[in-house]
Design a protein around this ligand. Structure first.
Ligand SMILES: [Zn+2]
Ligand SMILES: [Zn+2]
Length: 193
């Protein structure tokens, strides 16, 4: 089973290798009907910075994955991996169906694009900075021993959640928590809204 935190092109590139795909209900159509961001915008993103694409990758024939999910996820659902159980925590904002995955036994949080060290994005039309902030506050309440983020460095301190929450709080206090207000730099992370 392939389970991703959300249906963005940089998270579903390997979906075609799986027969069993799980997706949050709010992004079901992004997989099986239409991806909401124009293909050219995605391609511009992929080629924005120089990088070594995998062998056989051709930007001209590239398409965002489309397919029928086998399982629809909702907040509170459990993923049973046999000897490990992981709970779905719906954390919208970066995208409407973004989920984190929480493993109570180990207190691990698979945080996707909600929490990582680097630039956090809530500027696309399908994002929502207020919801993003709300989702950060939600995961802040969990007991967490380790964060497994979707991008950049794997070893990040759990305290980063509090720092990101404080960043959003500051933007909100200044009346700036609205899409289109640009990039806010907090050192270890940036918020682009
Ligand atoms: Zn994303
Ligand atoms: Zn991502």
């Amino acid at each position: 089973m392939a389970v991703t935190t959300h249906v963005h092109w940089d998270h579903i590139g390997g979906h075609r290798y799986f027969d069993n795909i799980a997706v949050h209900e709010l992004e079901q159509d992004w997989l099986s009907v239409q991806f909401p961001i124009p293909l050219q915008v995605v391609k511009n993103n992929l080629t924005k910075y120089p990088c070594d694409f995998p062998a056989g990758f051709d930007i001209d024939t590239y398409r965002v994955f489309q397919g029928i999910p086998q399982r629809i996820l909702r907040d509170g659902d459990w993923l049973d991996l046999g000897n490990r159980k992981i709970q779905v925590v719906h954390t919208p904002g970066h995208s409407p169906g973004h989920c984190c995955f929480y493993e109570p036994e180990r207190h691990y949080l698979f945080s996707g694009d909600l929490i990582y060290k680097g630039c956090l994005y809530a500027f696309y039309p399908t994002t929502d900075p207020q919801l993003f902030y709300h989702s950060v506050k939600r995961v802040q309440k969990y007991k967490i021993s380790r964060i497994l983020p979707g991008h950049h460095q794997l070893s990040i301190p759990v305290s980063l959640i509090d720092e990101i929450e404080a960043g959003f709080a500051q933007i909100e206090r200044n009346g700036k928590l609205k899409q289109g207000n640009g990039l806010f730099d907090f050192g270890d992370f940036q918020l682009q809204i």
